[in-house]
Design a protein around this ligand. Structure first.
Ligand SMILES: [Zn+2]
Length: 156
């Protein structure tokens, strides 16, 4: 396994006895309670160990060790990795998949990754309380750009 990230961008890996999403059985990665509490649009759920379901077709975003479940509509952001979401890929600076696609179609390139990266380097990100995964969005943004470039026939 490659060492993917450090600093603000790291989360602990899922344990081997990871609990699974009650909806679709996805093996979610742990998310800090602070992140769940910050993104819940209702009252803060009871404190427990939460995991993130990353399956695009599943409506569940967080599920907890004591049975709490938060779906897309229970959050104050609409995660771009959910098909029910609105395509948001950077939750700190509010970039959407559509913004990247528009830049790519207009100029064949996008400045969004670099723009986010400079903000992160300047210490302006707050992924723990803005991003559903609680971690940096750059990996997902890079992947989104790669997929869009392929779909749109744009050469990087
Ligand atoms: Zn799920």
């Amino acid at each position: 396994m490659s060492k993917e990230s450090e600093s603000c961008c790291s989360v602990p890996p899922a344990d081997s006895n990871a609990s699974l999403c009650p909806e679709d059985g996805f093996a979610g990665k742990p998310v800090d309670f602070t992140t769940v509490a910050a993104l819940a649009n209702g009252p803060v759920p009871p404190r427990q160990t939460f995991r993130l379901c990353h399956d695009a077709e599943c409506d569940v975003v967080y599920y907890g060790s004591a049975g709490a479940v938060l779906t897309v509509s229970d959050l104050n952001v609409q995660p771009g990795f959910k098909s029910a979401g609105d395509g948001l890929v950077c939750y700190c600076f509010l970039h959407r998949k559509d913004d990247i696609a528009r830049q790519l179609s207009e100029s064949g390139e996008t400045t969004i990754f670099d723009s986010i990266e400079s903000e992160v380097e300047a210490g302006n990100c707050a992924c723990d309380v803005r991003s559903p995964s609680g971690k940096c969005c750059l990996g997902e943004v890079r992947e989104t750009i790669r997929i869009l470039e392929k779909e749109m026939g744009v050469n990087a």
